[in-house]
Design a protein around this ligand. Sequence first.
Ligand SMILES: Nc1ncnc2c1ncn2[C@@H]1O[C@H](COP(=O)(O)OP(=O)(O)O)[C@@H](O)[C@H]1O
Ligand SMILES: [Mg+2]
Length: 582
Amino acid sequence: MAKEIKTRSSVWRNFIHLIKTIKLPFVLLIIVFLLNLGRAAIQLLIPEKTGSISTIVLESGGDAVHLAVSICLTLFALALVEFVGSLVATYITNIAKAQMNRDFQKVASRKAFLLKAADIEAKDPKEFISRITTDTEFVSEFIIDLLVNEIPRLYFIISTIVRVASMGNGSLVLGFILVVPVIIVGSLWSGRVTYKAQNKLQAIIAQLTAKLAEKVNNIETIKAYNKSEDEMEAGGAAIDEMKKAQKKTTWAAAFNTLISNILFIVPTLIIMLIGAIQLLNKTITTQEFITYFGLGATYQTYIAAHLTLWVLAKRAQGATQRISEVLLLEEDRGGGGKAENPGTIEFRNVSFSYGDSEILSDVSFVVKPGSKTAIVGKSGSGKSTILNLIEQFYRPEKGSILLDGTDVTTLETSSYRNLFAYLPQNAPGFSGTVREMLAYGAKKEHTDEEYRDILQKIGLLDSIGQLGGLDYEVGTNAAKLSGGQRQRLAVARMLLQDAKIVLADEATSALDTDGARRISELIDEYAADKTRIIVAHDLSTITNADQIIVLDHGKIADCGTHQELEIRCDLYRSFLNAGKED
Ligand SMILES: Nc1ncnc2c1ncn2[C@@H]1O[C@H](COP(=O)(O)OP(=O)(O)O)[C@@H](O)[C@H]1O
Ligand SMILES: [Mg+2]
């Protein structure tokens, strides 16, 4: 029980925290609030006016017709104003809602980009993006109902009770009060039903979106393995799951409507019955009965709407939890100090694992400024992981990484990353033009002349020229380029980035031997005075390295120059020999 209370209070704390992340559209909300308050006031007036007709007709004889007509006209005008008010209120409410949705979605998606790679990996990133987009709507819906509808509702409800009490008949008030517990019990319960069904549906939709996106991205593999049928079936099964969940939600919604209707009828009966008894006993007048009954009808509507607030609250509760899970994650900002100078990089007794098994064990090495360091090792030995750690996508579990003697975790991450040009293994491309691909992440503007110059150097000018030049659209993930073209473009981008330190992970793996050598020479030429850490698969490109780190199952087997290792390192020699075979 104590635990339950604790999690509840933290939901509301998260909720407040979430609201604070955006700017509420106060002006719009105040306008709608006032409109709704005005509408409630009119709704209080209408039954009074209606009731007054009965007195006129009964008591005033001939003039009564004129009076009745004028009251009817007033009634009509009031109803019209109320109707127009409701239209305007709905319109402004929707604008406010859209504005809040947008703000929440911006906060959430911005956060997604600031998270640590490890945290994004731990959750399914696509799944949480889709959660963020739908869940935010539930939160804004609730906030709006709470802020602009609840007080006018309560105002009407309380005024009605006060008015009925003023008729001096305790039974009438009792009737109004009796209906409240019926509605509260019903709303508590129906809120719960909706909350559960909706939560499940959201989770399923999010999973399905993530799965479909992944498969669509890999359509060629699916076709090559002739798995289209299977994938369609699997996709179909997931969609069926979703339909089942939707059916359940629909049932929950239908059930809710049913309950609301019953909740509406039962109290109406109670109110009508009590009023009728009092009228027959002559303890109230006809006018009072009409006013009482008119107020009762609207009172029902407001109580029913109040029930909706509860449903919205339950929905917002689940949504808040899911969004907060993401918002509360620590951002990938690092320490406070700005990293300005590219200095000596040192791994000091670094150990690291992604999960349970250790990937790097007690790795130590020093990279001097302006030097070329190569990392070699069998696939899976941890080469890319070393670059991931240098870029601080992950943090070492033991040991530390130092830049000029400063622990890199104490440096501001973005200024630190600015020191590096990083070419990941299988560097992906983004959709856009060749020019945009080259400009991505560049620290200064380049002219088309410079772009063509680098394309020339990288051996792409002719083939890109044939495709349509710098304006050529490369397609999603740059799929309209060959693997080799993509890789060359990625190298060109890295070189244009002109950072102080170059990290290149198998930058030439998609190229033929000659091409690979030319690109390596180009990197050496462009980055001659920069610190270079190169993961190489073609050893002939790194024989000139100042040091070569030989990795074996996450441990450093040896470290030295090509000449030194050739003599003393069996593992290195085996790589050299394997290279000669192909
Ligand atoms: N994001 C990840 N999550 C879990 N395990 C990973 C991840 N990335 C790499 N690994 C594992 O870590 C080991 C080393 O990977 P990696 O550093 O990429 O090797 P290399 O670049 O030398 O081929 C591999 O066994 C790989 O399966
Ligand atoms: Mg690798």
